[in-house]
Design a binder for this molecule. Structure first.
Ligand SMILES: [Zn+2]
Length: 345
């Protein structure tokens, strides 16, 4: 019987507990992956802190982006084989949408969603894995399943940013930095990064931001307008997860086609206010479901960009922790001073 260590959420607003789980036999369409690294995401922080409302799945495993090596495949799996390097993503790709696994801790059932990655191994569905070239370090590849797919996807698939266009990005964490980097790769003429942490604004510059705004001491919307000849930007990406920045993202895009793309989440029940007249004047506000990334198409493309030296994943990755330090890792994420934080498994 194969066992593994995993971080488990038993109660909201309590630290995760590391426990030993029994890995179930694979069912049809499932894949067993030995994880090497997993990214930490604000959505898990929101789950832990109860910001998404009551949690009917407790106790459960967590984590929805990672990378590792295929250990075993269940019946009818054709997409990957033992030994493949894979990126794991909550975003659905091709393949069988198998049921989530049920882990056991002694006799106690531990729930899992379709994918959990704060574990040494994971059982997931064929459609949550994408095999990748082995030249990329798996630590860096772990960022491709959520932060990079969502951030770059928001620019490439949703904004469809064209060379010479302008963009503002609110929040320079894992997703925002990925968006900034994608805008730079796409040839944006002005890339304005907005944050309140100097270290993150410096990182934004390294990844291609042409201008940075420290939102703690200026009028952000006015500054963006000034930087764009009073027009506003062609695109704005909100990845800070704050109502105020969502409203600013909408205000700072140009009338007649400017797009505000909302990637961040607010706690359940929170609302934002926008002026609907701006919609009639041609501004758009749209959401980003995982950057509309298609893992089978986009993840290999991101790996190639990395191997060509264009995608600087190593700069986005600012903090590494071990699995038994996962609560410290979340404390760092909560402080808002990190780029991408990962756990090494
Ligand atoms: Zn995520």
């Amino acid at each position: 019987m194969l066992k593994m260590k995993a971080a488990i959420l038993y109660e909201q607003n309590k630290p995760l507990k590391i426990e030993e789980l029994i890995i179930p036999e694979l069912k049809e369409g499932q894949v067993l992956v030995k994880l090497v690294a997993s990214g930490l995401c604000h959505s898990q922080l929101n789950e832990i802190k109860g910001r998404k409302g009551p949690d009917k799945y407790l106790p459960h495993t967590l984590g929805h982006e990672g990378a590792g090596i295929v250990e075993e495949v269940g019946a009818k799996v054709t997409k990957v084989k033992k030994g493949d390097y894979v990126v794991l993503s909550w975003i659905k790709g091709k393949g069988i949408n198998a049921a989530p696994p049920l882990y056991l801790c002694g006799d106690r059932k531990i729930n899992s969603g379709q994918l959990s990655t704060f574990n040494e191994y994971t059982v997931t569905a064929e459609n949550r894995v994408t095999s990748i070239k082995k030249e990329i370090p798996l630590e860096l590849a772990s960022l491709l399943g959520c932060a990079v797919s969502t951030g770059m996807g928001s620019v490439l698939n949703i904004a469809k940013l064209k060379s010479g266009e302008t963009i503002a990005v609110f929040g320079a964490g894992g997703i925002g930095l990925s968006a900034i980097h994608a805008a730079a790769i796409s040839g944006a003429s002005k890339i304005i990064a907005v944050d309140i942490v100097e270290a993150k604004l410096n990182l934004a510059k390294e990844l291609g931001a042409t201008h940075v705004i420290d939102a703690s001491n200026v009028d952000v919307v006015r500054t963006i307008k000034e930087l764009t000849g009073n027009n506003g930007v062609d695109h704005a990406i909100e990845s800070a997860g704050l109502g105020q920045t969502m409203e600013q993202a909408f205000e700072c895009v140009r009338i007649g086609g400017g797009k505000a793309i909302i990637v961040g989440n607010l706690p359940a029940g929170h609302k934002i206010a926008i002026d609907p007249f701006a919609l009639i004047c041609g501004k758009q506000i749209i959401g980003s479901w995982g950057g509309e990334a298609e893992p089978d198409r986009d993840i290999p493309k991101f790996v190639d960009l990395y191997l060509e030296g264009k995608l600087k994943l190593e700069k986005m990755l600012t903090h590494r922790f071990k699995l038994n330090e996962i609560n410290e890792a979340f404390a760092v994420l909560e402080k808002g001073e990190a780029g991408r934080v990962i756990v090494i498994l």
